[in-house]
Design a protein around this ligand. Sequence first.
Ligand code: ADP
Ligand code: ASP
Ligand code: MG
Length: 442
Amino acid sequence: MKVLKFGGTSVGSAQRMKDVAKLINDGERKIVVLSAMSGTTNTLVEISEYLYRKNTEGANDIVNRLENKYRRHIDELFSTEEYKQKALEQVKTYFDDIRAHAKDFFTLFDEKAVLAEGELISTCMMNLYLQECGASSVILPALEYMRTDKNAEPDVAYIREKLREQLELQPDAVIYITQGFICRNAYGEIDNLQRGGSDYTASLIGAAIKAEEIQIWTDIDGMHNNDPRFVEHTAPVRNLQFEEAAELAYFGAKILHPTCIQPAKFANIPVRLLNTMDPSAPGTLISNETELHKIKAVAAKDNITAIKIKSGRMLLAYGFLRKVFEIFESFHTSIDMVCTSEVGVSVTIDNTKHLNEILDELRKFGTVTVDQDMCIVCVVGDLDWENLGFEAKAVEAMREIPVRMISYGGSNYNISFLVRQEDKKRALQSLSDVLFSANSAN
Ligand code: ADP
Ligand code: ASP
Ligand code: MG
């Protein structure tokens, strides 16, 4: 069985929902993961912000507007009065649920429950629409099988077991529609897999049922060789190795949620990135196959902070790096890049929640300097150290850009540069020009 995930834009209007329904209603048995309609989760976040501030009137205003929008979607989507009424009634219950959270003391638990409504609504509408079209479609309720453990990591054994049970409850269905993003935590409360987490839902399901393929359907023809939001003339990459895809997702290629590759990789299930707006386009296949001697793509991750600790006296002493890393560990702050020299070490972090405490501790070991508003630009491909000239080419592309750190050799798949955020666009464009232009060797 295949798992197909459709993101927010893919189900962003009544017409898009009809297009998706046509795509999935081909008689093949499948699990379909849906995001909320585009913009909905952001609106639910906004509603929560009003409720945190006890502005019930402001929140209700937005809830009413959102509900009216959904009424219009329903009117456009369904052609029979019977299904229109069914959809209006069911969707109303979700909006009533949202309104029920408008109370004196709005907590994080309320927020998580409010955020979950987007996926509950989109799946409800799609399932009813497929039934109206005569398809054998059922809801596979994510809140019954998707769960995280006490460390907020997916509880893989529980997911596998409960998903099997849920599938067995409705053995004759052909299309199983399920909610991306939402889950329960170890205590049974409604939670989520972080923004953009529907991709993660799809790969967790794929791994749990040992799917034949996981398909991530979005609004672009697969992974491009650079970020199309900042660079012109990017092109799709047809094949990626799991590690390459994971590096790109982690370092900012928004098309894939950073956590989504790992479950598929461990279960060795190919992931295909496809375009809902152009379903016949080949997209990108992510698998275990490495294409040798090729630089594949570039991505960039914003909001990075670099920290340098200089200490001629301490660094050569063994145990120094451990002490430095332990400080970050004790504040639950992970490090992305590391560069060392004889007199100092530079690291980067993206979570600055405990920056001041970390700096206080680090100052016990030497002189500390901080560079904020930085960006990691990551070049991904077959960057095995024996491939002559590959890193030189990437460095050459950065000739005109001030580079604060370079990291190479950590894996066989990447070379990363730390640059100022304001230089990101220029850096990405220059890398595209040098690495992927028509007369480039790659
Ligand atoms: P969805 O709502 O379907 O999950 P996303 O907005 O999360 O879609 O991801 C798709 C978007 O990712 C594209 O529209 C594109 O702007 C952006 N993107 C960033 N980097 C890349 C890349 N390297 N290749 C393709 N898309 C990318
Ligand atoms: N709807 C959620 C979000 O907007 C999850 C997702 O789309 O993947 O973040
Ligand atoms: Mg996404």
